[in-house]
Design a binder for this molecule. Structure first.
Ligand code: SF4
Length: 468
């Protein structure tokens, strides 16, 4: 007989300060928001603050502090190294500058055609819809705008963002983020989702939110009923340590999952919080148990205030080495570095491919077992597929995939020709011009820079077509 899935029951124990708060109030997300802790005096009522925490809390220009009573109740009041506490209680060291520190380390502002809309990748956008969060993480990548009441996104910005999306048919995937979209009034969120769903080329909508973790009370039946009307809708939550996985979070995730919303988790690798293989493995196992797929493990960005949270890349690789083969593939996130300067996410993983010759590839597994995969010698990739008639438009962003498809021979840094004394139009600088249906030939390098043109290579050489 099958054992039915049993949701964890019970509640996270509350500190004495809130012991007498009736459950109906505690379970009301509005009560949680209005009773957030944001000063040394507030926090001293539930934890024994260290001198360094007092220094951080009393600093004049610190990143905003706000902690929901629910999340504060996960903090160990006597342990300054508590992994929950480290994420939300400021310390003096966050005021220290470090090498390569930046305000906008991912160059999001430079990739925003309209305020709050980051169009970095060919087919998807990040849509920042609010600057407010339920609580504030000390390592926040967007601390330049998040929590700032003067940097709000309003209806006018939302209109500009939606208008850009209407006019940009290559976008098929929109990620709502901020700040935290689930802190928006439900009517505004619903209106945004409806307007996005009205755009025919937008295939999926994702919501990035830490609200289920900071304030699971917000995941009400009413909210979930509204969200499920906008499928396909995906959600990524943000849990960094197994301590954050409580019966309340499990029940919130169950509501979302039961409404057909696939849930992923993004963690940030943080020194002192989760930088040990056993911690991440335990976290991943606990996530899968509440039906959340570990999705990304981020290297901490080079953002102001986060210097003391940063680890080496080696620490991340050691964690990944301890996961692959040692646990289910479903429980393994992709470890990524979001490249400073706006290069986007790149995956980082241990080297499993050891060597390669014509027809043979040598791999090692997680145990160190070495084996050879013998490749077919007569394989040829199909020139095109009957099942997907058209390539998606990625003007100017075909990258290495474009080189493999034969779009060109090289990708060169800006100014490379000048530095090496090559004239822009010398034949060897652009060995393969692309033609369109009217035999109009344009050098590939020039085409790849244009957003209004799509370059396709089907093995018979590159061709181009105008897309907008
Ligand atoms: S929830 Fe996300 S956006 Fe908000 S403070 Fe934390 S990291 Fe920043």
């Amino acid at each position: 007989m099958n054992t039915p899935y049993r949701l964890p029951d019970g509640r996270t124990p509350r500190p004495a300060l809130w012991a007498d708060v009736p459950d109906e109030q505690w379970d009301d997300w509005r009560w949680q928001l209005t009773h957030r802790l944001n000063s040394a005096e507030d926090l001293a009522r539930i934890i024994h603050l260290t001198d360094e925490e007092l220094e951080g809390l009393n600093a004049p220009n610190k990143f905003r502090v706000d902690i929901t009573p629910y999340f504060a109740s996960l903090i160990d009041p006597d342990d300054p190294d508590c992994p929950v506490r480290l994420q939300v209680v400021p310390r003096g060291r966050e005021l220290k500058a470090f090498e390569s520190m930046m305000e906008d380390s991912l160059a999001e502002d430079a990739h925003s055609p309209v305020p709050g809309l980051v169009h970095r990748y060919p087919d998807r956008v990040l849509m920042l819809v609010t600057t407010q969060c339920a609580s504030y993480c000390r390592y926040c990548t967007r601390s330049r705008i998040v929590g700032d009441p003067h940097a709000m996104f309003n209806r006018h910005h939302h209109d500009l963002q939606i208008e850009y999306l209407r006019k940009t048919p290559q976008v098929r995937d929109v990620l709502l983020s901020g700040g935290d979209p689930l802190t928006l009034p439900q009517k505004i969120l619903e209106d945004l989702l409806r307007r996005l769903r009205d755009i025919p080329h937008i295939e999926i909508i994702r919501i990035g939110s830490r609200v289920p973790v900071f304030m699971p009370q917000r995941i009400t039946d009413e909210l979930v009923e509204m969200l499920r009307r906008f499928h396909p809708l995906w959600m990524n939550i943000h849990v960094n340590h197994p301590k954050e996985i409580t019966p309340e979070l499990a029940r919130a995730c169950a509501k979302l999952a039961d409404a057909g919303i696939p849930i992923g988790n993004q963690s940030v690798l943080l020194a002192g919080v989760n930088d040990h293989p056993d911690t991440i493995k335990k976290l991943c196992h606990e996530l899968v148990k509440i039906r959340v797929k570990p999705y990304y493990l981020y290297q901490c960005d080079l953002v102001e205030g986060s210097g003391h949270f940063r680890t080496t890349i080696a620490a991340g690789l050691e964690i990944m080495e301890a996961l692959r083969g040692h646990t289910s593939g479903y429980a393994i996130p992709t470890y990524v570095v979001d490249l400073p300067g706006g290069g986007g996410k790149v995956p980082v993983l241990p080297n499993y491919l050891i060597s390669q010759s014509h027809g043979r590839v040598v791999f090692r597994n997680f145990e160190g077992y070495i084996s050879t995969y013998t490749e077919p010698t007569d394989y040829q990739r199909p020139k095109r597929t009957r099942w997907v008639p058209e390539s998606r438009h990625e003007p100017g962003q075909r990258g290495i995939s474009g080189l493999l498809a034969g779009d060109g021979m090289t990708i060169r840094p800006a100014g490379w020709e000048t530095r090496h004394g090559l004239a822009q139009n010398e034949p060897d600088a652009h060995p393969t011009p692309a033609t369109n249906g009217h035999d109009e030939a344009i050098p590939l390098d020039a085409l790849l820079q244009r957003r209004d043109v799509e370059v396709i290579s089907d093995g018979d050489g590159p061709s181009w077509t105008k897309v907008n």
